[in-house]
Design a protein around this ligand. Structure first.
Ligand SMILES: NC(=O)c1ccc[n+]([C@@H]2O[C@H](COP(=O)([O-])OP(=O)(O)OC[C@H]3O[C@@H](n4cnc5c(N)ncnc54)[C@H](OP(=O)(O)O)[C@@H]3O)[C@@H](O)[C@H]2O)c1
Length: 302
C-alpha cells in the first residue's frame, strides 16, 4: 500500500465519526436553510394528495415559481389557482410521467415558457392493491413505469441543466414500504424499492457535482386517497401521517440538504430490527401489527 492509501485508511474512521457527530448535532441545533426565492420547482403528481401539500409548502417557503404535472387537468388547475392566490407564480401541464416522449416534450416546453427547473420533486405514483397472481400483467407494468421509470425520464430531462448551472436538487417521495414491504401491494413495494436504489445510486453519483444534491423521503402510511379504505390493526398506535406534515418535512429536508428522511423517525427502529432479527421474529411483528393483512381492505389507486 502506498502512503496515500495508508493515510486514507487511517483517516476513514475519523471522517465517519466527524460526519456522524455533525449529523447528530444538526438534529438539535438550528441549520442554515436554502433560500428558495430563486428556485423553479416542478412537482410530479402536484395536483392532489401529498403533491398538492408540497406545492403549498414550497410556495409558503418562498419558491419563485411552481410547475405541477399530473394526468388530471381539473385538480392541477385547482391547485395552481390556489397557489397563485398565495402570490406564487404557478403553471400546470398535463403530463404522464410514464410516457417518455411526453416527459421530454413537456420539459422542452417548460424550459422555453417558464425557465430552468432547479428543484425536481418526483412524487407521482400509483398502487394496484392486488397480489401478484390477482394482478393483470399490464397493471403490474403500469406501476413500474409510473413509480420507477418515470423518475428516469424526469431526472434525465432536468438534471443535465442543473449540473450545468451547478444549482439543483432532485427529490423522491418514496415510501417506507421500499424497505419493509408487505403483501397485497407487490407492484408498489417493488417499484418503491427500485426507486430507492435509483436515489441511492444518484446520491453517490452526485458527490462530485457542486451545487446539486438530492433528497429521498420515506413516509409511513399517509392520509391521502392512495391507501384510502386500508384498515390497520392498531390505528391509535400507528395513526396515518398528515400529508401537510410530510410536505413540511420534505421541503425542510430540501432546504437543509438532508439526503434521506424517515417519517416518522421511529421508522429507523423498524429498519434496524429488520437488519438484525431472524425472519420468523419479523413475521411475528408483521402479524402483530396487522401489516400482514391490512392490504386486503383497500382497492388501490391507479
Ligand atoms: N399515501 C400514503 O400512504 C403514502 C405513504 C408513503 C409514500 N407515499 C408516496 O407519496 C407520493 C404521493 O402519494 P399520495 O399519497 O399523494 O397519493 P395520491 O393522492 O394518489 O396522489 C398521487 C399523485 O400522483 C399523480 N400521478 C399518478 N400517476 C401519474 C402519472 N402517470 N403521471 C403524472 N402524475 C401521476 C396523481 O395525479 P393524476 O392521477 O391526476 O395523474 C396524483 O397527483 C407517492 O409517491 C406515494 O408513493 C404515499
Amino acid at each position: 500500500m502506498d502512503m496515500r492509501s495508508v493515510s486514507s485508511v487511517l483517516l476513514l474512521p475519523f471522517q465517519i465519526l466527524y460526519y456522524t457527530v455533525k449529523a447528530t448535532l444538526r438534529f438539535f441545533l438550528p441549520n442554515s436553510r436554502r433560500n428558495l426565492s430563486g428556485d423553479v420547482v416542478l412537482i410530479t403528481g402536484g395536483g392532489r394528495g401529498i403533491g398538492r401539500h408540497l406545492a403549498r409548502e414550497f410556495a409558503r417557503c418562498g419558491a419563485k415559481k411552481l410547475i405541477l404535472w399530473g394526468r388530471t387537468e381539473k385538480c392541477l388547475k385547482e391547485t395552481c389557482e390556489e397557489i397563485a392566490l398565495l402570490g406564487t407564480e404557478c403553471h400546470y401541464f398535463v403530463c404522464d410521467v410514464a410516457n417518455r416522449e411526453e416527459v421530454y416534450n413537456q420539459a422542452k416546453v417548460i424550459r422555453e415558457k417558464v425557465g430552468d427547473v432547479t428543484i425536481l420533486v418526483n412524487n407521482a405514483a400509483v398502487v394496484h392493491g392486488k397480489s401478484l397472481m390477482d394482478s393483470d400483467d399490464d397493471a403490474l407494468l403500469k406501476s413500474q413505469h409510473i413509480n420507477t421509470m418515470g423518475q428516469f425520464w424526469t431526472t434525465k430531462a432536468f438534471l443535465p441543466r442543473m449540473l450545468e448551472l451547478q444549482n439543483g436538487h432532485v427529490v423522491c417521495v418514496n415510501s417506507i414500504l421500499s424497505l419493509s414491504p408487505i403483501p397485497g401491494t407487490i407492484d408498489y413495494c417493488t417499484s418503491k424499492a427500485s426507486s430507492l436504489a435509483f436515489m441511492e445510486s444518484l446520491a453517490l453519483g452526485l458527490l462530485d457535482c457542486p451545487g446539486v444534491g438530492c433528497t429521498t423521503v420515506l413516509p409511513f402510511h399517509t392520509n391521502t386517497e392512495m391507501f384510502q379504505g386500508m384498515r390497520v390493526r392498531f390505528p391509535r398506535l400507528f395513526p396515518p401521517l398528515k400529508p401537510e406534515m410530510v410536505a413540511q418535512r420534505t421541503v425542510d429536508a430540501v432546504r437543509t440538504g438532508t439526503a434521506f428522511i424517515y417519517l416518522p423517525w421511529t421508522m429507523h427502529i423498524l429498519v434496524i430490527l429488520k437488519s438484525i432479527l431472524p425472519q420468523h421474529a419479523l413475521e411475528e411483528i408483521h402479524k402483530f401489527s396487522g401489516a400482514y393483512t391490512c392490504m386486503h381492505t383497500f382497492k388501490g389507486r391507479t
